[in-house]
Design a protein around this ligand. Structure first.
Ligand code: SAM
Length: 496
């Protein structure tokens, strides 16, 4: 069923229409109308804080800008922050030399590395070993002479020692990674891992990281948001269609190219990089919590954090445990461990079940967070609308209702936890995308900012990226096109 409506009360910003609002659906869809009105109201509330920031190009906000950054480009994390973006936030925040920086969804730890480079102490929380493996690597090579790392790289490039070993450590595949490599790649990777296992530390950890970081390049797979796509050349392609990922590198090509790029980073522009790796010149290290944000935040002292720079998962069904299945398998995660991790993710997939946070998070944070969630008309009306769509069989996956409810409840509790650990005057810079389900734009930016204002923060600004995000073609066909905002929220902790 197609709904056509005219926007009655549109927020205009620099001549751009930001949201369809207060529209009345022709079919009289009551729940949709109520949800749209509630969304329009909350957008009006934040209209004076919504501001397009032309400094924030899409490449600056994505991992792209790291392509030329030594060290940051060693592991490609699509969801990762670029180094210049974090520098931009730190400069904007005006924090001083003794500040504590926190990223509760740290991924590969970019926020914390940049903070460290500027002499700031940093704490990283990350659930998945995919990102924390890179943070641990950095800890392991902290203090190692770059000349030593260069020698390891030369050995890989010039000697290819794995070609002479007879031993093998095979890759233990998960169900969803089976047949990801051709037989020659499988064999070369197994020989390489055997050779690595015989090396002393920290060379062992570093060389192990090298093969870990090339898995996508040497496989038949490509990471694609919600899942892994399979190339038509793989044995699994019959069920997966005709996707061509382009060149699939041999193991030797990929590992040598990786070693060369690290060597290049160590030799060129090295003044900067050497000081980053050398502990005598870096002020502090990173405190890493490997686990969920909910558990880790409880261990952080009250009023101890000056600055949070973070990006939680978006409410967009992307499943990190599927897209990073190869890396998780490489790190030895079992099927059961993957299921546990998937459930522990901030609810952002249709498979997440409601979390029981009693006994994990303080009663106070749960109470305040749930109250902020329940008091928010925009999210409550949106959930009722989605429930109605699900009941009418109009939602392509009924798990979306559960995901949206879980996402916003959990984010409210998370914000309540952040309020406790932050110093008065401390700031949060949070990057997130708005989302749309069944033609309803969920203003994630305004809803989370309203939670923050309930929970002890002042929303200073919501910076909008100049280019909004497009739509899925399915959504566009059904509901027409309007822009989805990608934003950076800036919240200031008020005195308690
Ligand atoms: C958008 S990414 C952040 C990337 C990061 N800014 C970087 O530069 O690499 C969100 C991260 O949150 C992590 N995550 C999801 N749920 C989590 C949870 N409950 N606790 C801690 N981390 C979680 C994901 O594994 C993912 O790495």
């Amino acid at each position: 069923m197609r709904l056509d409506f005219e926007d009655a009360d549109v927020i205009q910003l620099e001549g751009r229409q930001l949201t369809p609002s207060k529209a009345v659906a022709e079919d009289g869809s009551h729940l949709r109308t109520i949800a749209r009105e509630a969304v329009a109201d909350i957008e009006e509330k934040f209209a004076d804080r919504l501001e397009i920031n032309r400094d924030l190009s899409r490449s600056l906000v994505s991992f792209q800008a790291n392509k030329s950054e030594p060290f940051y480009r060693w592991f490609k994390y699509r969801e990762g922050f670029s180094k210049p973006l974090i520098e931009y936030f730190i400069e904007h925040s005006n924090v001083s030399g003794t500040a504590n920086v926190l990223d509760p969804f740290a991924g590969t730890g970019a926020t914390c590395f940049v903070a460290n480079e500027r002499g700031l102490a940093a704490t990283a929380i990350e659930l998945l070993p995919v990102g924390s493996n890179f943070i641990r690597l950095r800890q392991a090579i902290f203090g190692v002479e770059p000349a030593e790392i260069s020698a390891w790289m030369h050995e890989i490039i010039e000697d290819r020692p794995w070609e002479r070993t007879n031993g093998r450590i095979s890759f233990s595949h998960l169900r969803i990674t089976q047949d990801a490599f051709g037989p020659e790649t499988d064999d070369a990777l197994a020989r390489y891992r055997f050779w690595v296992s015989k090396q002393p530390q920290p060379k062992k950890q570093f060389c192990d990281f090298l093969s870990y970081s090339i898995l996508e390049e040497i496989s038949y797979t490509r990471k694609d948001g919600q899942y892994l796509r399979w190339d038509y050349r793989s044995p699994r392609s019959k069920v997966r269609g005709k996707f061509d990922k382009g060149k699939i590198y041999t193991f030797d090509e990929a590992i040598i190219s990786k070693a060369q790029s690290i060597l290049y980073d160590l030799s060129k522009g090295s003044d900067d990089l050497l000081s980053k790796l050398n502990p005598s010149q870096a002020v502090s290290n990173i405190t890493l919590f490997e686990g969920s944000n909910f558990e880790a935040l409880e261990k952080i002292e009250s009023a101890s954090v000056d600055l949070v720079v973070t990006s939680p998962p978006y409410c967009n069904r992307y499943d990190y445990t599927r897209t990073y299945a190869l890396e998780l398998a490489y790190l030895g995660c079992s099927e059961e461990e993957i299921r546990r991790l998937r459930q522990a993710l901030l609810s952002c997939t249709v498979e997440n079940r409601p979390k029981d946070l009693q006994g994990v998070v303080s009663d106070s944070a749960i109470g305040k967070g749930v109250a902020a969630f329940e008091a928010n008309d925009a999210i409550q009306a949106s959930i009722r609308f989605l429930e109605g769509e699900a009941a009418a069989g109009a939602l392509n996956n009924t798990g979306i209702v559960k995901m949206v409810r879980g996402y916003f409840t959990e984010m409210a509790i998370h914000i309540a936890q952040l309020a406790r650990v932050m110093k008065p005057g401390g700031r949060i810079y949070l990057v997130n995308d708005n989302v749309r389900y069944n033609g309803l734009d969920l203003p994630v930016d305004c809803i989370l900012s309203a939670f923050a204002e309930e929970l002890g923060f002042r929303c200073e600004k919501i910076w909008i990226l100049p280019m909004g995000k497009g739509n899925s073609s399915q959504q566009m066909k059904l509901h027409g096109r309007s822009e989805l905002r990608k934003c950076v929220y800036i919240w200031e902790r008020l005195p308690s």
